[in-house]
Design a protein around this ligand. Sequence first.
Ligand SMILES: [Zn+2]
Length: 430
Amino acid sequence: MKTKLEYQSDITEINKLICEMYWLREGDKRSGFIYTCKEIGQEFDVKHQDIPSIVKINAHLVVLDCQCIDCGTTKICYTRSQLTRLDLIRWRCDDCWEALQKRMDQEYLEHRFKQHRLAEERRQTALKYINQCRSIQLSSIPSVTELNDVDKLLLAATVESIGADDLRNTVSLRDNLLLPLSPFSKLDEEILQHLFKRNLLILAPENNYEYVTINEEQELEIDFYQAIFEFTYSIEHLTRIMINAKSNKNTSALVADDQFKSWCEQVQLGECLSYLITRPRLNDLAPPIGDKLVSIFRACLAECSVSTMHYIIWKSVENAAAYVQKPSITRRHASNSVSGNIERVFGKIHSGSWNRNKSFRDASHPQSAMAKIFFDYVFGVDDGGFHYTIDELFRPYRSQRALEQVSYAALGNARSTNYSVTIALDIKQS
Ligand SMILES: [Zn+2]
């Protein structure tokens, strides 16, 4: 290392000797100092603590082979520690450090500003799309009288579950901690999407710009889990829809409506899927849920109540948990075995070799607003969606309708009657 000692012009001879001894190094090595401050102090009868400050005032060491990487200034050291700690390759002088710091602060500010501007652009774009969507929706709101009964029930369940106190808008599904809308979060979103498409729920702009995205086809995509919606109808209309949903017993017509049946089936399927997700977690299992499992559940639900299905799932998970205890069986193997177990347990119950055991509803799967409105109020039963199959609930009302058909059939020939009944059903569905 090449260095050069430079002195102040007015330096005394003694101080010059002190500085020389202080900076004297073996072979000019960076930390090869020959004398300690104590030794120098003893030599000149000076307190050793005073040596560094005497040196600092009277001389400095120019490090000839160390230059500032930005401006090329040569490094100057006033104390030994400055020299020993010196980063010869990446040293930057104080001025250049300060300038660098300022540059970095500026860049950071610009970055923040840019992020802020982009966020604002995104917000404005989202608001533009939301407002376009709103005006289309507002121009085609169905009148309460033309609204079909199933949509009224869906709306009633939504108001009951996620209607805010003032009945003007919803709280988000994410923030709903009270009565669940349906048994299954995906079904919750489907219900909102359905009502949104029917223009019964409208996006509230300011609350939602974070929960929408504009996709590649320039369409608005809504995060139904987090978004907040305004109700289209007035408080008076919503209240009437709620009261009717809880009292109107037009059960035969509902039972004949395929849409009503489809939502009922989805509620029951949701009860099973929700239990299948949460129950195995107790045993650290996670059965894969795919179309095959859903079709198994649909087949089972045609014959078993949700209550029996919960027993079947419970039993199947218990079997899988026992299976994982066996050597060389992983949690994944065991998780995959659950759907096979469900089919097996269902088969035993179906063939009558096992009792049709039932489970009670547990606290982690409370009855949903959908289940109350679509089953309990329509059929006048307590937790009907849990304890009965769709067929058990629908049958009495179907036969009533069948009787009506028979009496109608008496008026003409059977074939033409069937035809007209089909037409009537089609109209109801659309
Ligand atoms: Zn510099």
